[in-house]
Design a protein around this ligand. Structure first.
Ligand code: BTN
Length: 242
């Protein structure tokens, strides 16, 4: 697999652009689409993703499969692990909040969104990542939930280009391993990087309601097992820990 990089000064959304132009992307490449700003960036639950110009990374990775596989929901977890490894090499110690938020000192500094679409006889896997790199405090205040950036946590401006290049290389290598061997080679890394540990009391949003329970474990397929306050065991493949 080789990497093809398309950069734009401004897009409504890098994920949106990928979906609109999917027919023109190379089937045998990993394409990364980046933008200096997004005017309509979006996240999970259709939340707005605040995307001011030249401060952060807004990236979308696209690859194609000949047929669907059962473990596609792990792709965003593989990208989250790749972001953790990249940030570790820049001396940051972020954590993953299941399923794939990136937290630094307990606050969100990155988010991921995986979408799929069909392109002729292929399945296109479109995974976006937003990382708050050099966003200052006054921009972070415009986000309606606790958020942070590398700059706010370290007091230093980071080299966005170097971060992006490293993430591209780390993700491409991890994706090749994942496509050949699935999630098992990443399971322990994923569990080690988690913000929550077994026994933690958590609130969980399952798209319909918020429930209260105990974090039990992450299963080998990346799903989350919780125990509700009344003892009922539940396993989730998506949703949000609050
Ligand atoms: C989330 O935490 O809800 C996911 C946020 C994903 C944001 C990224 S930024 C690049 C790509 N383009 C988008 O419009 N969204 C993703």
């Amino acid at each position: 697999m080789h990497l093809k990089h398309l950069h734009f000064p401004s897009l409504p959304s890098t994920n949106g652009w990928a979906k609109e132009h999917i027919e023109n992307l190379e089937k045998n490449s990993l394409t990364v689409i980046s933008a200096a700003q997004q005017t309509n960036g979006y996240g999970r639950f259709r939340h707005k993703w605040h995307s001011p110009s030249n401060q952060n990374l807004y990236l979308t990775y696209v690859f194609f499969l000949e047929k669907r596989r059962d473990d596609l929901c792990n792709v965003s977890q593989i990208l989250a692990i790749s972001a953790i490894e990249t940030l570790n090499s820049f001396h940051f110690k972020p954590k993953i909040k299941w399923p794939n938020d990136i937290l630094l000192n307990g606050k969100k500094m990155g988010g991921l969104l995986c979408e799929t679409t069909r392109s002729n006889d292929h399945l296109a896997v479109i995974t976006g990542i937003g990382l708050n790199v050099n966003m200052p405090e006054e921009e972070l205040k415009k986000i309606d939930r606790p958020a942070t950036s590398l700059f706010v946590e370290s007091g230093e401006i980071e080299d966005q280009e170097a971060l992006m290049d490293t993430l591209n290389q780390v993700f491409m290598a991890n994706l090749e391993t994942f496509l050949a061997n699935g999630f098992p080679p990443f399971y322990e890394k994923f569990v080690d990087a988690l913000q929550h540990k077994p026994g933690d009391q958590v609130q969980f949003h399952d798209y319909q309601k918020i429930c209260q329970g105990t974090f039990e474990k992450i299963n080998p397929d990346g799903s989350l097992s919780l125990k509700l306050s009344d003892g009922t065991p539940l396993t989730y493949y998506s949703g949000e820990l609050l």
